[in-house]
Design a protein around this ligand. Structure first.
Ligand code: UD1
Ligand code: UDP
Length: 372
């Protein structure tokens, strides 16, 4: 069984690592890896292949950045000949980025079955590009692997046949557990002079938080204010860097003008980032994956959004959704530093075995002759 696996953006690399490993251990499966090239800077792409020991992609489509339409279309246009030549039995997509939807759409039009890993998550906010990608990918996928119970409920409500849905756990947590010895060795915290000290880590990249110049500057102002109380570390996503560059808000050394007192860094590699957040007192984020990783690590997370598509991180984990409002940021952080979460637990099936479960289901589905 030949499986074409699609990756394009930073969180995809983390999700595919345990899947490729599990597929490679299964003689009946031949995994093929396709990188769309949606993310391409070293710290956003290659570093993850190194950190997570992912073999080099068999194909790199080199799609790069662009508008939603251009990027989605370019992935489709350049993936089609790859699928024609490799003739896979299945295309597997992960997450909710443009590459995910584009690849799923390309495959179904060629009548190739599609598996979606991390299906069913819903923020119920269609202004998020990811929500559109999630809804459409799930509508055309043949096998839907969900990370939490809410995923199953959402899919059933949308009319997906129950036999297509498999609750398998979370491959992102597989990656976290498998690489623990490596990220525990990271010396990033001492490298920036924070070892043993309480500190806050921030990540921001949702268009609703960073694309409007005023909102982004308000966030930077709030972080600067927060840094008067507790050290703040801010690895900056290229989307934010591009915004600041466009607005002329970078100093000559490349740090944001309005973030004095905040340790601004380039995006970190996976092992350093997890090493850093695992020792943080608190994480402020609008990332999907980071809400899950902080839950698994037991680190307090405040989510700078009005919704989360990952409610289990709130019901079981350490996450609190505090709203996309820079004016509340300092108050909420100070409150949370005084009130750590009373108790938290790992969500069901977040046990490091999700990829193994997925591969078993893939093999059985195809061996049973009931092609997805
Ligand atoms: C994308 C995903 C988002 C995901 C995020 C993970 C979509 C619609 N969005 O958002 O769901 O949470 O990745 O990080 O698929 N850029 C670089 N170098 C790079 C990559 C991007 O400079 O290697 C800059 C470019 O200016 C680009 C901008 O970042 O235009 C945005 O990149 P893009 O991939 O379109 O969206 P992200 O914001 O990264
Ligand atoms: N991450 C990283 N370095 C960073 C920021 C994030 O390695 O500087 C990792 C993080 O641990 C998680 C993934 O990138 O595994 C999440 O990606 P991102 O927040 O960009 O996307 P999202 O999950 O929101 O789609």
């Amino acid at each position: 069984m030949r499986i074409v696996n699609i990756v394009g953006a930073r969180p995809n690399f983390v999700k595919i690592a345990p899947l490729i490993r599990a597929m490679s251990a299964e003689p009946a499966l031949t995994p093929i890896l396709v990188h769309t090239g949606q993310h391409y800077d070293g710290p956003m792409s290659e570093q993850f292949f190194t950190d997570l020991d992912i073999r080099p992609p068999d194909f790199n489509l080199g799609v790069g950045s662009g508008s939603h339409a251009a990027q989605t279309a370019e992935v489709m246009r350049s993936l089609e000949p790859v699928l024609d030549s490799t003739r896979p039995d299945l295309v597997l997509v992960v997450g909710d980025v443009n590459s995910t939807l584009a690849a799923a759409l390309t495959a179904v039009k060629l009548r190739i079955p599609v598996a979606h890993v991390e299906a069913g998550l819903r923020s119920f906010d269609r202004s998020m590009p990811e929500e559109i990608n999630r809804l459409l990918t799930d509508a055309i996928a043949d096998l839907l692997f969900v990370t939490e119970e809410s995923g199953r409920k959402n899919l059933l409500r949308e009319g997906v046949a129950p036999e297509k849905i498999h609750f398998v756990g979370n491959v992102m947590i597989d990656a976290l557990q498998a690489s623990r010895p490596s990220w525990e060795r990271s010396s990033i915290a001492s490298g920036i002079g924070l070892d043993g000290q309480p500190y806050v880590v921030v990540t921001l990249h949702r268009p609703s938080n960073v694309d409007d110049p005023r909102t982004l500057l308000d966030y930077l102002g709030a972080l600067q204010e927060l840094a008067r109380h507790v050290p703040v570390v801010f690895p900056i996503h290229p989307r934010v860097r591009q915004q600041l560059l466009r607005q002329g808000h970078l100093t000559e050394s490349g740090t944001p003008v309005h973030s004095k007192g905040v340790a601004c860094l380039d995006p970190l590699g996976y092992l350093d980032f997890i090493g850093l957040i695992s020792r943080a007192r608190l994480v402020l984020t609008d990332s999907g994956g980071v809400q899950e990783e902080t839950t698994a690590l037991g680190v307090t997370c405040l989510t700078l959004r009005d919704t989360t598509e990952r409610p289990v991180t709130v019901s079981h984990g350490t996450n609190r959704v505090i709203g996309a409002d820079p004016t509340r940021l300092v108050r909420e952080v100070m409150w949370s530093l005084d009130h750590p979460p009373a108790g938290y637990g790992l969500p069901p099936l977040w046990d490091g075995q999700a990829a193994v479960r997925i591969v078993k289901i893939l093999r059985e589905t195809f061996e049973g002759g009931s092609r997805a």
